[in-house]
Design a binder for this molecule. Structure first.
Ligand SMILES: CC(=O)N[C@H]1[C@@H](OP(=O)(O)OP(=O)(O)OC[C@H]2O[C@@H](n3ccc(=O)[nH]c3=O)[C@H](O)[C@@H]2O)O[C@H](CO)[C@@H](O)[C@@H]1O
Length: 365
């Protein structure tokens, strides 16, 4: 299969694409791949690092608030979209993909739209419980729409929808504990709390974590606190004394490497993070981002809370009790194991294979 794939902006759109590529390689099904992203998004670092051929388009998102400046920006957005269609069409003619896949983020709009116009088979993947703007725009042009949360099906034309789960789930499912925590100066055999605010870090979670450091420092578990690359400098300046059992890092390049050794995750409820937690059966305390379309992270989180797999704390509820609440949960082995079992029941460990079946179904034979 010659695969052209596009998704970008944040890790939640990028890692499912990489997981799909990895699974096609494992199954010996990938003849060639081209990843199309923007030069500015996280993908411009992550994809070349993964040694996957990477090309860029210049695209930007629409501003939804009406103002004079935003109208000017939106006119520019349309101009860039038209320019990107031309470039994407050239890429498609040169690369000759069998199928083009979009995993979300505005860059995928240009690539998938161009592919559909030239009758190349197209599939988009919607990770979230609420449809993203790009995927809604593309829904009528593409052949199939793979989804993770059944509830989102009603946002798309029914005959195109297939429930597959998130391919990142298959990449982490079944991973075994290992010694990778030692890379961060931690003891791989000690109970470990992992704190991270999605792929870009979350200031409110960072603030709560900094305030909680004295409590976590005095605990008999260890903590790995991931700030997000652009917040790292600010956060490390705020920490006066770092306890020996706490490590602070800007980003973790190989999250699947460490997740199997983690006892509890505190973090956002982005869809791809949720796919990882459920595939591995990891208990979590979720703090949904309030700044996302239709509050979808809260909906994502609720699906876990409802089955006892996670606790949710909304941002306004993040107060002085946060540290003791998390520490108490870290000490409650039976609760943690009940949460782990409930999480695992929600996982889709064969999601990449299910998505591959959709890719095969749209290909021209
Ligand atoms: C603010 C925002 O718009 N967030 C959206 C974005 O979040 P975001 O990009 O944060 O997405 P997710 O939480 O879904 O996924 C984050 C991914 O980054 C990885 N990771 C994270 C930190 C790190 O140091 N290393 C690392 O590899 C995680 O393991 C995970 O695979 O895309 C998601 C999927 O469409 C949406 O559900 C989120 O609402």
């Amino acid at each position: 299969m010659r695969l052209m794939i596009s998704g970008g902006g944040t890790g939640g759109h990028i890692y499912p694409a990489l997981a799909l590529i990895q699974r096609l390689q494992e199954r010996g099904m990938l003849d060639a791949v081209m990843y199309v992203g923007t030069a500015k998004g996280l993908e411009s670092r992550i994809v070349p690092n993964a040694k996957i051929p990477f090309e860029t388009l210049e695209l930007q998102g629409f501003k939804r608030k009406v103002s004079f400046t935003n109208v000017k920006i939106n006119i520019q957005t349309v101009e860039k979209f038209v320019g990107s269609l031309r470039k994407a069409t050239r890429m498609i003619k040169d690369f000759q993909p069998d199928v083009v896949v979009g995993t979300g983020g505005y860059v995928s709009a240009g690539v998938l739209y161009a592919a559909a116009r030239h009758h190349v088979p197209t599939v988009i993947h919607e990770q979230n419980s609420v449809a993203g703007v790009t995927n809604k725009f593309l829904a009528h042009a593409v052949d199939k729409i793979a989804i993770t949360f059944p509830v989102v099906a009603s946002s798309f034309p029914a005959k195109k929808v297939v429930i597959t789960g998130n391919p990142r789930a298959q990449q982490v499912a079944g991973l075994k504990p290992n010694d990778r925590l030692a890379d961060f100066g931690l003891d791989p055999h000690k109970r470990t709390l992992l704190i991270f605010g999605g792929s870009r870090g979350a200031p409110m979670i960072n603030k709560a974590a900094v305030n909680a450091l004295p409590t976590f420092g005095g605990a008999d578990f260890q903590t790995l606190f991931v700030t997000g690359t652009r917040h790292y400098g600010t956060i490390t300046k705020q920490i006066r004394q770092l306890p020996a059992n706490v490590k602070v890092v800007p980003y973790i390049d190989d999250m699947p490497g460490i997740l199997p050794d983690v006892t509890l995750v505190v973090g956002r409820s982005g869809a791809t993070s949720i796919a990882e937690l459920t595939a591995l059966g990891l208990p979590s305390v979720l703090i949904p981002s309030p700044n996302v379309t239709h509050n979808h992270q809260f909906v994502n989180a609720k699906s876990l809370v409802d089955v006892g797999a996670a606790e949710v704390i909304t941002e306004p509820e993040l107060d002085a009790n946060f540290a003791s609440q998390v520490a108490a949960l870290m000490d409650d082995d039976s609760r943690l194991s009940r949460m782990a079992q409930a999480a695992k029941k929600m996982g889709t460990p064969d999601a990449a294979d299910q998505l591959i079946a959709v890719l095969e179904s749209v290909q021209k034979h």
